[in-house]
Design a protein around this ligand. Structure first.
Ligand code: PEP
Ligand code: MG
Length: 589
């Protein structure tokens, strides 16, 4: 947002980015009047008619939901349709309805009151859950309850809109989100809801931009107020100035242009023609990159270099500051996964208080620093855990050179988990833990490390410099820094094979993963995940989608038999030229 011009009369609000895209247009306030529930005593003679009224209301609700269910399946596929199937199942819950019918008979109270009271028990239980997902599902139960009550009162719900607009609402139930989408909806903006809310899930599936969790926004707009929502970063601008408007129109146009160009590829999986699925994810350093990561169609974030948070800082950010920051990242990518790497400081990376070392790359860096600065480490671990409650965060340790460091780091992670349990703060108790393979010693003990983690990520930037004894930032020896050195290739094969033998995912987040000349080789060596700079995503995807795994294996086998970097590069270049004349052929790196 730093590059966005602002004026005094516009209001800038921050919410949770729930569905990517930019929407510009007038607001339309969506109010759903809640059914009024009165308690009324019945005469015994009225009971049968009351039960009948309820049967009819349930039948009407069922019909409505079936219609919505079919519409959802048609428009969004089976998976999204399940949301409504769950509501239908509640309607068919005989235990619930037997209780409701029995209570009407024995308590002689009206159906509306008993329905409200009985379903409210479920609702309250779910709404007070510590788990965000269950809390979000409470909204569905509430919506179902209101649907039955509305049908008991024989009211109709208005869902036809006259104009194209950004729907602004306190809350939107799944059914409303879907039904409203039959109109020309530009975006959704709500006061409550998280990234796992059905508004968010459906908006993403419908490809309608959405920002949720913007407190008090309904009271800040009137019908027709001009609004901009930015579903990439969670920004909302009310009454935008001319300048802001132009800024976002331009941004929207650029995204559209990009999206059109990549449309063919963007939503397709990174899968070889013979069916090998690859995770193609992005390396990210700044939140400003997130929009681009979305536009480029990444499957998630394979490396978030958290140390960029320390840029220009004198002190380490607090646990709260970090938790907010990581949550923004996780929210923006949800339901895709993100890997947050703990601070990798030292070496060539900035530090709040640099120390003088004669060999910084062989010195106090990465996990070594964190295991000494345990307060900083614990703050970061708690902050990452706090952002993990939606279960789309993984954690990764850099610069591990022996198993003791990994075990110690995991011990601190367990301690951080205990702190959060004590403080009653939700997090993903089964958060996946990975380790970077970027020190040759770690590569040699891959199998041991793999037994104690969920995934490995090869950091070739460092691995190559340590393996070949060539400083990655020293120009004088840059020609010796060789990605395709046979030692590197054979080492990679060993890491990938040993890691996979232990049943963990093996990825790569070093620059080599984003070098098109290396793609076929890495594919053939069996790499499961490529984490690359966002810019390279489409190109790498194109190569993966056009290369049979079988052929890639042959390429890798041949490369493994070569003896010089020149031979490897010429062979790969020739192979690529033949198969991909369109892709600009560099010299590798
Ligand atoms: C690497 O070493 O390959 C890596 C991804 O880490 P960084 O470049 O941040 O050291
Ligand atoms: Mg590294």
């Amino acid at each position: 947002m730093s590059d966005q011009p602002r004026q005094a009369n516009e209001i800038l609000l921050k919410g949770i980015p729930a569905a990517p895209g930019i929407a510009i247009g007038p607001s339309l306030i969506f109010h759903k009047t809640l059914p009024i529930v009165e308690e009324r005593l019945l005469q015994p003679s009225e009971v049968e008619a009351e039960l009948d009224r309820l049967r009819q209301a349930v039948a009407r609700s069922k019909k409505e939901l079936q219609k919505i269910f079919r519409f959802a399946e048609e428009k969004l596929g089976d998976e999204e349709g399940k949301i409504f199937e769950a509501q239908l199942l509640i309607l068919e819950d005989s235990v619930l309805f037997d209780t409701i019918f029995l209570r009407i008979r024995t308590e002689l109270r009206n159906a509306g009151y008993i329905v409200y009271d009985e379903i409210e028990k479920y609702h309250r239980l779910m709404a007070s859950s510590r788990d965000e997902y269950t809390r979000e599902r409470a909204l569905d139960v509430e919506d179902l309850r209101n649907r039955i009550l509305r049908n008991l009162q024989e009211e109709k719900l208005v869902s036809k809109l006259q104009t194209s607009a950004i729907v602004v609402s306190h809350v939107l139930a799944a059914a409303d989100t879907l039904i409203l989408s039959r109109n020309d909806i530009l975006g959704y903006l709500t006061e409550v809801g998280g990234v796992t809310s059905h508004t968010a899930l459906l908006a993403r599936a419908l490809k309608i931009p959405a920002v949720v969790g913007v407190r008090h926004v309904v009271s800040m707009v009137k019908e027709g107020t001009p609004v901009i929502i930015d579903g990439y970063g969670g920004n909302v601008i009310i009454h935008p100035s001319e300048e802001t408007l132009r800024f976002y129109q331009e941004k929207k146009r650029k995204h559209k242009e990009f999206e059109d160009r990549l449309a063919d590829l963007r939503d397709l999986p990174a899968e070889t023609p013979d069916g090998r699925q690859i995770e193609l994810v992005a390396n990210v350093e700044l939140v400003e990159e997130l929009e681009f990561v979305h536009v480029q169609g990444a499957d998630g974030i394979g490396l978030y270099r958290s140390e960029t948070l320390l840029l220009g800082k004198e002190v380490f950010p607090t646990e709260d500051e970090q938790a907010d920051h990581y949550a923004l990242l996780a929210d923006s990518m949800f339901p895709k996964m993100i890997v947050i790497r703990t601070f990798d400081i030292g070496g060539d990376k900035m530090m709040a208080h640099p120390v003088r070392e004669s060999n910084p790359f062989l010195g106090w860096r990465g996990i070594r620093v964190m295991l000494d600065k345990t307060n900083v480490f614990m703050d970061q671990l708690r902050a990452i855990l706090r952002a993990s409650s939606r279960k789309n965060v993984k954690i990764m340790f850099p610069m591990v050179s022996n198993i003791k460091e990994l075990r110690e780091a995991r011990r601190y992670l367990e301690e951080a988990k205990r702190d959060l349990v004590e403080a009653n703060i939700p997090f993903d108790e089964k958060i996946k833990v990975g380790v970077m393979i970027e020190v040759p010693a770690a590569a040699v003990i891959t199998e041991d490390l793999a037994k104690e983690v969920d995934f490995l990520s090869i950091g070739t930037n460092d691995l190559i410099q340590y393996l070949l004894a060539v400083d990655r930032s020293n120009d004088i020896v840059s020609s010796l820094y060789q990605e395709f050195h046979p030692a590197v290739v054979r080492f990679l094969r060993r890491i990938i094979e040993r890691g996979k033998k232990e049943g963990v995912t093996v990825g790569m987040c070093g620059e080599m993963a984003g070098d098109p000349l290396a793609t076929v080789l890495l594919l053939g060596l069996g790499l499961d995940e490529f984490s690359v700079v966002p810019m390279m995503l489409p190109e790498i995807k194109k190569i993966i989608r056009s290369t049979k795994y079988r052929d890639a294996r042959r390429v890798a086998k041949h490369v493994l038999s070569l003896q010089t970097e020149d031979e490897v590069k010429s062979y790969l270049l020739a192979w690529m030229k033949k198969r991909f004349p369109d892709i600009p052929q560099g010299e590798g790196s």
